[in-house]
Write a protein that binds this ligand. Structure first.
Ligand code: DGL
Length: 272
């Protein structure tokens, strides 16, 4: 019976940009979004705390009738996803699935890079975890990966400063060491960076291919569902979207609608 939803989880509202891309590819399905705004940012926290938060989020989304959950958050995908898949799901939600954004981004980067030099910009936690390096070198062992943590970008976007000179200066500073390494492909490894894509493109120049997760995750999920009919046939197709946040801030309502590209109504989530 088709009655289950697709869950999308992020530390905040940045994941709504990824969800927008998923809904574009899979418009008929039902979705439940959860942003953990009360505990955001994740990008400066330790691996254990990120795991604990992500586990509570997964439990919440399964309680809300999700069949599978997408971690739109790169930090949660880096620090918690693997452990959730090998420890938490087998013990507590045996027939459910949780997928992340890193492997799809790594696959596309490996396809696109011609000179085998890939740049990654992400939060400090994602860079510290080396998860992009791990996933990319699993696909192409000889690939050279240059990472840079960009701690100022999330707060700048949150403050609505995406078009300001401050953001431009920060971006130039963060991209400079990667461009100096002659990268030809750049992964925007954080939910919030998709909204800065045009600016990043301008600074990086035409020679650098930019991978924005909001453009690729929908297509990858569509492929996944085609390969997994045992999951797909349980998914409802009523075009229902429900949005939860652990804190009901004005920012979430205002910027959330902007990231999602449509007005959203947000309900309060209590995580255990
Ligand atoms: N959602 C996070 C990510 O994609 C960025 C925001 C945060 O630090 O919580 O890594």
């Amino acid at each position: 019976m088709r009655e289950k939803a697709i869950g999308v989880f992020d530390s905040g509202f940045g994941g709504l940009d990824i969800m927008k891309g998923i809904v574009r590819e899979l418009p008929d399905y039902d979705f439940v979004y959860l942003g953990d705004t009360a505990r955001m940012p994740y990008g400066t926290r330790s691996g254990q705390i990120i795991y604990d938060f992500a586990k509570a989020a997964v439990d919440f989304l399964f309680l809300k009738n999700c069949e599978l959950v997408i971690f739109a958050c790169n930090t949660a995908s880096s620090d918690a996803l693997h452990r959730i898949q090998v420890e938490h799901l087998p013990q507590n939600h045996e027939d459910k699935r949780v997928l992340g954004v890193l492997i799809p981004a790594a696959e596309v980067a490996c396809q696109l890079s011609k000179n085998n030099k890939i740049g990654v910009i992400a939060t400090s936690s994602t860079v510290r975890s080396k998860s992009f390096i791990r996933e990319i070198t699993k696909i192409i062992p000889g690939m050279k990966i240059y990472q840079n943590a960009c701690p100022l970008l999330v707060p700048l976007v949150e403050a609505g400063e995406q078009n300001s000179e401050m953001t431009e200066i920060a971006l130039r500073k963060y991209l400079k060491p990667l461009l100096a390494k002659d990268i030809d492909t750049l992964i925007l490894g954080c939910t919030h960076y998709g909204i800065l894509e045009a600016k990043i493109r301008k600074i990086a120049g035409r020679k650098v291919r930019i991978i924005s997760e909001s453009r690729i995750i929908g297509g990858k999920l569509k492929d996944y569902l085609a390969r997994h009919p045992e999951i797909e046939t349980r998914l409802a197709k009523n075009k229902k979207r429900t949005f939860y946040s652990t804190d009901l801030t004005d920012n979430f309502r205002r910027l959330g609608s902007k990231f999602f590209g449509d007005k959203i109504e947000v309900e309060k989530a209590e995580l255990r």
